[in-house]
Each structure stands twice: as structure tokens, then as C-alpha cells.
Design a protein around this ligand. Structure first.
Ligand code: HEC
Length: 92
């Protein structure tokens, strides 16, 4: 009986040790990923503002149906307001 209790105690201690090691490993791995720092090259994007480009943008927003959801001036609007489903607002 004493030997059985001793072995059960050893098995329990090993299991607890494995769980502690597993939790520590997951904690360290997730912390490493969360704190990972990326160095990126910031590039500036040239945004055209001539009337021709603006008209082309309006054309694309119309044919791609962006304005159907985002509103005629792309200012955002309530897309869905259903008490059973919820509310969806399109971003401005
Ligand atoms: C079917 C409806 C629908 C259409 C069509 C649509 N959008 Fe959206 N758009 C949404 C919704 C809804 C959101 C908000 C999503 C969110 O907040 O998670 C969104 C978000 C965005 C965002 C993100 C804004 C932000 O602040 O992060 C951009 C950019 C965008 N849309 C551009 C476009 C463009 C460009 C088009 C056309 C090519 C387009 N959308 C067509 C519904 C639409």
C-alpha cells in the first residue's frame, strides 16, 4: 500500500512538473511572439490630386460598388440595422 501511494505521488509530481513546464513554454513562446519587433522601411505613397485622377477614383468606386455600402460621398453609413442580427456600420 505504501509503495502504491509512493508511486502515485511520483506520477502526480511528474504530471504537475510537466504541466508547469508546458505552461511556462507556452507563456515564453507567446510572449516572444507578442514582443517581436519588426523593422520596416517606411515608404511614402504619392497620392494624386488632379481632377482626372479624382474622377477616375469616383468611377472605380462606382463600378466596384464601394459607394453602395460606404455612401455616395464614401462618408460611411449604417449598412445593416437588424435587432436579430445586429448593426453594421461601414467605415468612413
Ligand atoms: C458589401 C458592402 C461593402 C462594399 C461593396 C465595400 N465595402 Fe468597404 N467596408 C464595408 C464594411 C462593413 C466595412 C467595415 C468593416 C469593419 O469595420 O470591420 C468596410 C471597411 C472598409 C475599409 C476599412 C476602413 C478602416 O477604417 O479600416 C476600407 C478602406 C474600405 N472598406 C474600402 C472599400 C473600397 C475601396 C471598396 C470598393 C472597392 C469597398 N470598401 C466596398 C463594406 C463594404
Amino acid at each position: 500500500m505504501k509503495t502504491l501511494l509512493k508511486w502515485l505521488g511520483i506520477i502526480f509530481a511528474v504530471l504537475v512538473g510537466l504541466i508547469v513546464i508546458l505552461v511556462a513554454a507556452v507563456f515564453i513562446m507567446s510572449n516572444t511572439r507578442l514582443n517581436k519587433v519588426y523593422s520596416i522601411q517606411v515608404e511614402s505613397v504619392a497620392v494624386p490630386s488632379d481632377p482626372e485622377s479624382i474622377e477616375y477614383g469616383r468611377h472605380v468606386a462606382t463600378i466596384r460598388a464601394c459607394i453602395d455600402c460606404h455612401g455616395p460621398d464614401l462618408g460611411g453609413r449604417t449598412m445593416l440595422d437588424d435587432p436579430m442580427i445586429g448593426q453594421i456600420y461601414t467605415a468612413t
